[in-house]
Design a protein around this ligand. Structure first.
Ligand code: ADP
Ligand code: ZN
Length: 709
């Protein structure tokens, strides 16, 4: 039993040609029946690490998972791939459980998911003893650590697995990587000479970007406009904010809803389910949303407000792009948010306060970073990362430094002239000369610096202020509503000619340029086909009551769009199309692609010749019947009849007689004269009491128009 077999299983049941880095070594270790610990980020592909050995090894693979809500989806996904899987937990009726148990005895089941409660329930171990067990997989293994935030006391009892089944290998998997958790997993499970596999926690498919928090709504609308139908999450700080944002987006015609801990459990389940099924595009949520949500095709995550530390930030953006396809993380950053967060974290006890404030500082540094964001992030999590990632806003448009002394002086002088009493947003208003209630009521519009920096956009001013703060040239008094304060260094700049280096961010690409780039990545036709197939996927998923990504993931769908497979071998060659998936969906998708391509060709032909009815004329002249033309062009027969009518009316040589007898025409003619209708067909149809069908009426109107023109 080796890696070769594992590869075959990967292809047959998961439709993938290659293992991801790490997976192969891990699987090799498990197949050698050695205990294994896997630390891999969300979306890294942990499931394959136990599912493949579970299929290669003889016997039943038992998977312990604490997230009952996810079990059904996981089993559903396996079944869709032709793997005989089942689950046992407290949510099931006894009947259902018996059925699964019987399948275990028959040796039909390959993969059994159980909750820890079920595993530890009376008699379950003796049930397992009667079976051939190939492997125990402990998912979310960090739940064993009393130090972690997801501690589950039942997990401590899992040590009995090793005691009772010493010969069965164990694989423990988690996305939490800290050392303490690692140690707990090794010792608490009594693992024997385990090998620990630690993958990089980088999520390279997530593009990172940070924007100043001014005009968030406009920025979000632009962002969404570029991502039609793509599901995503907007994280807000407060419950109220989620509701009002969702309402605003709905008003703009977006399919948005909200989620927070204030909703009833029933309502929460309902919106969550709708989001899972792609029936809600945009979820405005507090951080309560996301725990245990296994939606792999979240294409973007926006932080409307600054998260309170990088751990939260990373966890939340990690809900994007779990399928490995490109995803976007957009963070809005403003000092006002920093102030709110400082208020929140300083409510805790003293020892925690210092730590929380330090973490908030690091969060801020990340938001203000002028070097690769991913580098900053990975270093924070203690991982080596010595290159620029090429997939963040800084790498896209590296900022350049310049002599910013004059700009700095303008900022400092505005701070001085307002007697160090105003916060950064108001300083920007003064520099830009914005006449609003505050600037006017306090007479700031009379200051010499009022409007001294109109030519610089406010977002840039914000960024320059952040940089001055980072350089110690300004300070923020968080206890005075964020008022900016001068420092010794400010005096140097203002009065003693000290030079200031500032960093200039490249203006984001203008819209047209962006569109051009996007077009390059996916053509209009590809977009249309993707949308077409996405709808088909949704319909199939809804009919089967499974999430759409269980049918095909976004990555697989994208590859189908690029390759347009129209036969079996081509379709099976698509990454993510397992044998069983092909059998269930292959032909449906192939037919959809074929009819899409036919429509495309048809439209092109029509464009070429002027209008579509001329294509019909061409085919008529070749001796085809309307039925044959309808078939060939994949156009409704009624449409072909209306082409006939138009052609006749326009004087083309077409003979209507075979389709409309003279007596039929005189009936239609009479109806037209009586109802005084030539546009709508229904009154004519009604007048004739259904004696003559719509297609003939359409032809009759054509002949009538011709005769009376
Ligand atoms: P995790 O449990 O680590 O969060 P999953 O096991 O759900 O991650 O895998 C994430 C995604 O990556 C899934 O869509 C899965 O099908 C896909 N995947 C896993 N292994 C491979 C592979 N070798 N090649 C391509 N895609 C893979
Ligand atoms: Zn980068």
């Amino acid at each position: 039993m080796g890696v070769k077999e594992a590869r075959e299983v990967l292809k047959q049941f998961f439709g993938y040609d290659q293992f991801r880095p790490g997976q192969e070594d891990i699987i090799g270790n498990v197949l050698a029946k050695r205990d294994t610990v896997v630390l891999m980020p969300t979306g890294g592909g942990k499931s394959v690490c136990y599912q493949v050995p579970g299929l290669v090894l003889p016997g039943l693979c038992v998977v312990v998972s604490p997230l009952i809500a996810l079990m059904k989806d996981q089993v559903e996904a396996l079944l869709a791939n032709g793997v005989n899987a089942g689950y046992l937990n407290s949510s099931q009726a006894a009947k259902e459980q018996q059925l699964i148990e019987q399948q275990c005895f028959d040796g039909r089941l390959k993969m059994l998911y159980v909750s820890p409660e079920k595993l530890l329930s009376a008699g379950f171990f003796s049930f397992l003893k009667r079976l051939e067990i190939s492997l125990f997989a402990i998912d979310e293994a960090h739940c064993i650590s009393a130090w972690g935030h997801d501690f589950r006391p039942e997990y401590l009892q899992l040590k009995n697995l090793k005691l009772q089944f010493p010969e069965v290998p164990i694989i423990a998997l988690t996305a939490t990587a800290d050392r303490l958790t690692q140690k707990d997993i090794l010792t608490q499970l009594y693992l024997q000479n385990p090998r620990v596999f630690i993958s990089s926690f980088d999520r390279p498919n997530i593009h990172l970007q940070v924007q100043p928090g001014q005009k968030r709504m406009e920025a979000i609308l632009d962002f969404l406009e570029e991502r039609p139908f793509q599901p995503g999450i907007i994280y807000c700080l407060s419950r109220k904010a989620t509701e009002s944002l969702a309402a605003k987006l709905k008003e703009k015609g977006f399919n948005a809803d909200y989620y927070h801990a204030g909703l009833s459990a029933k309502d929460r389940d309902k919106v969550q389910e709708k989001f899972l099924q792609d029936n809600i595009q945009i979820m405005c949520a507090t951080i309560a949303f996301g725990m245990g949500i296994d939606k792999s095709n979240v294409r973007w995550v926006i932080h409307y407000n600054l998260p309170k530390n990088l751990e939260s930030y990373y966890q939340e953006i990690g809900r994007g792009g779990r399928d490995g396809a490109p995803a976007e993380a957009l963070l809005f950053y403003s000092l006002a948010d920093v102030m709110t967060l400082r208020d929140i974290v300083t409510q805790g006890d003293n020892k925690e306060q210092a730590l929380s404030l330090a973490k908030l500082d690091r969060m801020q540094q990340f938001a203000e970073s002028t070097s690769c964001r991913r580098k900053t992030l990975m270093h924070y999590f203690g991982e080596e990362f010595d290159r620029d990632c090429g997939n963040c806003d800084i790498c896209d448009n590296p900022p350049t430094s310049f002599n910013g002394t004059e700009l700095a002086q303008k900022i400092l002088s505005a701070v001085a002239r307002t007697k160090e009493t105003v916060a950064s947003a108001q300083v920007v208003d003064i520099l830009r000369g914005s006449r609003n209630q505050l600037t006017i009521s306090r007479g700031y519009d009379q200051l010499k610096t009022f409007g001294a920096g109109r030519e610089v956009p406010s977002q840039d001013w914000q960024r320059y202020i952040h940089q001055l703060i980072n350089q110690g040239i300004l300070e923020v008094a968080y206890d005075e509503h964020g008022a900016l304060k001068l420092t010794n260094a400010s005096q140097e700049v203002l009065f003693r000619g000290k030079k200031v280096e500032l960093v200039k961010f490249q203006a984001p690409l203008p819209k047209e340029e962006k569109e051009k780039r996007q077009k390059k990545s996916r053509s209009g036709v590809e977009n249309a086909l993707f949308e077409h197939l996405r709808q088909l996927r949704k319909q199939l998923a809804n009919e089967r009551n499974i999430p759409p990504y269980v049918v095909f993931t976004d990555n697989t769908l994208q590859e189908i769009v690029e390759q347009r497979p129209t036969n079996k071998p081509a379709f099976l060659a698509i990454s993510g199309v397992a044998q069983a998936k092909y059998e269930q969906y292959g032909e449906i998708f192939i037919n959809a692609i074929l009819s899409f391509l036919a429509q495309q060709a048809d439209q092109q032909q029509a464009r070429l010749k002027g209008t579509t009815h001329l294509v019909t004329y061409e085919l008529l002249r070749q001796g085809k019947t309307p039925e044959q033309i309808s078939e060939q062009r994949q156009v409704q027969l009624t449409t072909i009849y209306s082409h006939l009518a138009t052609l006749y009316q326009q004087g083309y040589e077409v003979d209507l007689k075979p389709y409309l007898a003279d007596w039929e025409y005189s009936r239609v003619r009479e109806a037209i004269l009586q109802t005084k209708q030539t546009a709508a067909m229904k009154p004519i149809f009604d007048y004739l009491e259904g004696e003559i069908d719509y297609m003939k009426i359409r032809l009759g109107i054509g002949r009538f128009n011709k005769e009376n023109s």
